[in-house]
Ligand binder design. Structure first.
Ligand code: FES
Length: 146
């Protein structure tokens, strides 16, 4: 590809990228966009105490991994093949419950999660449910936690 064609290609790619960003801003809160562009704790933990795999109503799957220190959730990670909103949900959720007891972690609701994310579009509310349900399933698998 010649230099002229490459720079024209780059310009078009930049324009498309900019349009995508502008479209995202119309749909998602700034917090959701930041979170799914830079997610935390998204990996498959090897040395875990409890693990869950849950498939949501949309057919996407979410996994949660929990490591405990006594009855405290000391470490969490998640993995998903779901949408960007689900990535944002998993990322925020791991940080919402890190360092709290199993019982406290169980009390986190999808409304809490949505509020922390400064809202989700109606069509993505199920993504928050999937994340919270996957977390609760993993919490139920913690020793003495069921
Ligand atoms: Fe399937 Fe978000 S988890 S669309």
């Amino acid at each position: 590809m010649s230099e002229d064609k490459r720079s024209e290609f780059d310009r078009i790619a930049d324009k498309i990228q900019q349009q995508i960003i502008e479209d995202e801003k119309k749909i998602f809160s700034a917090k959701v966009i930041v979170e799914y562009n830079n997610p935390h704790n998204i990996y498959r933990m090897v040395d875990f105490d409890s693990h869950s795999v849950l498939t949501g109503s949309c057919g996407d799957t979410m996994e949660f991994y929990i490591r405990l220190k006594g009855d405290t959730v000391s470490d969490l990670s998640f993995m998903t093949d779901g949408c960007g909103a689900t990535v944002a949900c998993g990322s925020i959720l791991t940080r919402m419950v890190e360092g709290v007891t199993i019982e406290e972690a169980r009390k986190v609701t999808s409304s809490d999660l949505i509020e922390t994310l400064e809202g989700l579009p109606d069509e993505n509310l199920h993504c928050a449910n999937l994340a919270v349900n996957a977390l609760r399933t993993a919490l139920n698998g913690c020793e003495g936690g069921a």
